[in-house]
Write a protein that binds this ligand. Structure first.
Ligand SMILES: *Cc1c(COP(=O)(O)O)cnc(C)c1O
Length: 407
């Protein structure tokens, strides 16, 4: 086991495990209580939830219905409004494509914003290729859309507004209840990607007047490969299914249900619901502690996205006067993401940070801290010290710093 810089001897002392995981926006470990709930459904209770003629099928179906109620309970929905999917990427695809197809005769205009997750942006781009018109509402320097601009962009052709609750890079919370009210007033279907918000902050489908809501289990300490789309029943939203065959999930998503995964999703949702108030506050204090420590020890650092409307578990910081590439390379014992998306050979600056008007160099020299259920104070103190040391060292070496020093 690696030694840490704090206790210097062995990490049995402070019980820290390395690398430290601070990438909870990307995924989370499965909570042991969730795993325990899932296990029987791999072996003893292996039935197909669609088998109507024997007890194996009935047991699987009962387990799925219990999970459906648990997931619905986390967002103030009814169980029969939950459609299980393979994850939020599929949920976003189903919502956007399904509405575009169902409302083809009414119009072909969609409104979204440029900081949405790839699963929304790329799906909208695909629709554009098929003749739809998409408005990408600009965001301000804090990452928020302007409600007047939203109102102004609505036309008689608008069939869908899709804006996320919480951003996965900067944690910024859009004014989602206001957006929902505008959509309602204009009779437009409102979809929201709530993946990063559910389980972390209170979210209620009726309060925000959402018609469609995407969720994912693995972002809330559940298993990967399972998600859900909330589909409002009253008033009923018509949506065309994107996967046909068998008519599972009220015809909206065919395919044999992932029973263990769904059971895990339900258990994860129930744990979030019970523990969210205390857990969110605990994580928020740790996040604020990290933010304060970084600001106390370093100059010329910039928090990306407004702190006033933000998830409790997110901090995204740019460090001026250093190179983004070297920053992430130097941090060898902390698992986190940066504003340099290495999707291709070239390290593109994050499109989310760019949308906020942050220049490429500063965007690349940023770190996304995503805290979660197993983040400890000792870890946060270690991370604050380590990042400070590295940023100071890189700044001493940085050519841009030398240029500044030389005037
Ligand atoms: C992770 C994430 C997704 C994709 O969810 P999957 O279940 O991994 O497909 C969609 N939207 C947001 C905001 C996310 O953070």
């Amino acid at each position: 086991m690696q030694n840490c810089d704090l206790c210097l001897v062995t990490c049995d002392l402070c019980l820290m495990k390395f690398p430290i995981y601070l990438d909870y926006h990307a995924t989370t470990p499965v909570d042991p209580r969730v795993l325990e709930a899932m296990l029987p459904y791999f072996t003893q209770e292996f039935g197909n939830a669609a088998s109507r003629n024997h007890s194996f099928g009935w047991a699987a179906k009962d387990a799925v219905e219990k999970a459906r109620a648990q997931v619905a309970g986390l967002i103030g929905a009814s169980a029969n409004e939950i459609v299980f999917t393979s994850g939020a990427t599929e949920s976003n695809n189903l919502a956007i494509r399904g509405i575009a197809e169902a409302y083809r005769d009414k119009g072909n205009h969609v409104i979204t914003c440029p900081t949405e997750h790839r699963a929304v942006i790329d799906t909208c781009r695909k629709l554009e290729g098929q003749g739809a018109r998409v408005s990408y509402l600009p965001v301000d320097t804090g990452g928020l859309i302007d409600l007047n601009q939203l109102r102004a962009s609505i036309t008689s052709q608008t069939i869908l507004i899709t804006v996320m609750v919480a951003n996965n890079e900067i944690g910024v919370l859009q004014p989602i209840a206001e957006i929902g009210a505008i959509a309602k007033e204009r009779g437009i279907v409102f979809h929201t990607d709530a993946v990063q918000a559910v389980g972390k902050i209170p979210f209620d489908v009726n309060h925000v007047r959402a018609d469609l809501v995407s969720m994912s289990a693995h972002k809330i300490c559940g298993p990967k490969g399972v998600g859900a789309l909330y589909v409002r029943r009253r008033p009923r939203v018509s949506m065309v299914e994107q996967i046909s065959g068998g008519g599972h999930e009220r015809g909206m998503r065919s395919g044999t249900l992932n029973v263990p995964g769904i059971v895990g999703f339900g258990a994860a949702a129930a744990i979030c619901k019970a523990e969210m108030p205390a857990e969110s506050e605990r994580v928020r204090l740790l996040r604020d502690r990290l933010n304060e420590k970084l600001h106390q020890s370093l100059e010329d650092i910039h928090v990306n996205g407004t702190m006033a409307h933000r998830l409790p578990n997110n901090l995204n910081v740019s460090f001026a006067h250093l190179e983004g590439e070297s920053l992430l390379m130097a941090i060898d014992d902390i698992a986190l993401a940066s504003g340099a998306a290495c999707t291709s050979a070239s390290r593109e600056a994050s499109y989310v940070l760019k949308a906020l008007g942050i220049d490429d160099d500063l965007a690349r020299a940023s770190l996304r801290f995503g805290l979660g259920r197993w983040t400890t104070e000792a870890e946060i103190d270690y991370v604050a010290k380590k990042v400070t040391d590295i940023v100071r060292r890189l700044r001493e070496m940085s050519p841009s710093r030398m240029a500044c020093a030389e005037g």
